[in-house]
Design a protein around this ligand. Structure first.
Ligand SMILES: Cc1ncc(COP(=O)(O)O)c(C=O)c1O
Length: 458
């Protein structure tokens, strides 16, 4: 037990208070605070006292707000209503709304167990067999950049960790360069560049009037960006809008980026999961690579192989020569070493086994088509339910035009709040719903909730 030490300038009231001795902090108190601590104490003019109090050194740390996406799942868990629906997090669920482990993943794991593989450290750049197949999956095994060894590939901690590594590279080797992020974008993009101390601004992307792409705005903002900016693009299945540029749009975007000497920076978190085809979903990246442009691509296997918790992905930097790629790779490794030393092995082995084995690879493609197909079916059923139930004449066809896991409903924050508070439908406050968390059986209920929120809440 520690006692409080009091000292006064004129008279000295003696006081002693019991305290936990975990930590002593010296606090200077004036008359007001003295009287509030000791209400029976008289004032003795100017008093200064030093008090040892039980204050944590972390006292100045305020409570962080819940994560806008992962916080939705926490709120969902706390809701006891039977009708509740979690459309917040972008994770695939079965028609019974259960998490799904792909059969090819189970088979690859069985194979790994049978081989009795060890758990030795990976090199900083990750598993060589993984790095090879992941770059080939992205650019095509026969892609010129692969053949000419122009790609620096480093295994990353899924999409997020790969983006973060790229952000560190930008911060170190392109000081002051700006990253342009679509408005809106996946919420974590801004956090990643903020934490890496990379300046960013936004380019127009979404047009609320059409619930479609603001292509003119996008082009104008990319043109207006300082020369040599990094333009962050979603390779396919734009999150949160589900609105992708057309192939003609991509050509024009590449033209403007080339004109302005910008560096394209792709985030590919949904390859194969958007259309069901790995090649179709990589078309945007390949178009830029085939133009001979230098570019960055962050990859994730969270969604397309359902390896959310394995944290497996990669950062690929396409360079103008093999020699440059080798130097860039060495610097990526240098950045990774003090951050996390080297990446985890389990997910890397799964991907290497699945992609590297023709039978498992074909099975994976079939499973991905099945998952993408289920999402397309609920998308269609949701649209059908909305048009059948809503007599206002509102056009809901934008839902069918969107692609991938998400639908951007166009609901405002207060309308989204109504979805949660009244209907127990959990979603992000920007009006995004994850169709991967929806079943055919729940489409009508969801349509009722959307119609009520859209028409009855301003
Ligand atoms: C656009 C986008 N990029 C990256 C990620 C990163 O995901 P992960 O870190 O799980 O690979 C996500 C996940 O939702 C995403 O939507």
């Amino acid at each position: 037990m520690a006692s409080a030490m009091l000292s006064t300038a004129s008279a000295a009231p003696s006081a002693s208070i019991s305290m936990n001795n975990a930590l002593k902090a010296k606090v200077k108190l004036g008359i007001g605070s003295l009287n509030s601590c000791f209400p029976n104490t008289k004032s003795f003019g100017r008093i200064s006292m030093t008090v040892a109090v039980n204050v944590s050194r972390f006292e100045g740390i305020t409570m962080a707000p819940p994560d806008p996406i992962l916080g939705v799942s926490e709120a969902f868990k706390a809701d006891n209503d039977e009708t509740k629906l979690n459309l917040g997090v972008g994770a695939y669920r079965t028609e019974e709304l259960q998490p799904y482990v792909l059969n090819v993943v189970k088979k690859a794991e069985k194979l790994m167990l049978e081989k009795g593989e060890n758990k030795e450290y990976l090199p900083i750049e990750g598993l060589a067999a993984f790095n090879k197949v992941t770059a080939e999956l992205l650019f095509g095994a026969d892609g010129p950049v692969i053949k000419q060894q122009k790609v620096a590939t480093v295994q990353g901690l899924s999409g997020t960790g790969s983006l973060r590594l790229a952000a560190a590279l930008i911060e170190r080797y392109f000081p002051g360069a700006k990253v342009l992020i679509s408005s809106p974008s996946w919420g974590n993009h801004k956090n990643i560049f903020n934490d890496a101390r990379v300046p960013w601004s936004e380019y127009r992307y979404y047009d609320p009037k059409t619930v479609g792409l603001d292509f003119e705005g996008m082009i104008a903002d990319i043109k207006a960006a300082p020369e040599g900016s990094f333009i962050l693009l979603h390779g396919c299945a734009h999150n949160p809008t589900g609105i992708d540029p057309t192939p003609e749009h991509w050509e024009k975007i590449a033209d403007v980026i080339q004109e302005k000497n910008h560096i394209p920076f792709f985030d590919v978190a949904y390859q194969g999961f958007a259309s069901g085809s790995l090649d179709a979903d990589a078309a945007s990246v390949r178009l830029f690579a085939e133009r001979g442009m230098e570019l960055l691509v962050a990859q994730s296997y969270s969604k397309n192989l359902g390896l959310y918790a394995e944290r497996i992905g990669a950062i690929n930097v396409v360079c103008s020569s093999a020699d440059t790629a080798a130097r860039v790779k060495s610097q990526l490794k240098r950045l990774a070493r003090p951050m996390y030393s080297n990446p985890p092995i389990h997910g890397a082995r799964i991907v290497a086994n699945v992609v590297g084995d023709p039978t498992l690879f074909n099975e994976w493609k079939a499973e991905m088509e099945m998952m993408a197909g289920r999402i397309k079916n609920v998308r269609q059923k949701l649209y059908d339910s909305l048009t059948a139930k809503d007599n206002s004449g509102k056009d809901w066809s934008f839902i069918l035009e969107q692609i991938g896991m998400f639908s951007f409903t166009g609901l405002s924050k207060s309308q989204s709040d109504n979805m949660t508070n009244k209907w127990h439908v959990y979603m992000t406050k920007d009006g995004r719903i994850s169709l991967a968390g929806l079943s055919l059986a729940k489409c009508e209920y969801l349509a009722d909730a959307i119609i009520d929120s859209y028409h009855n809440v301003s």
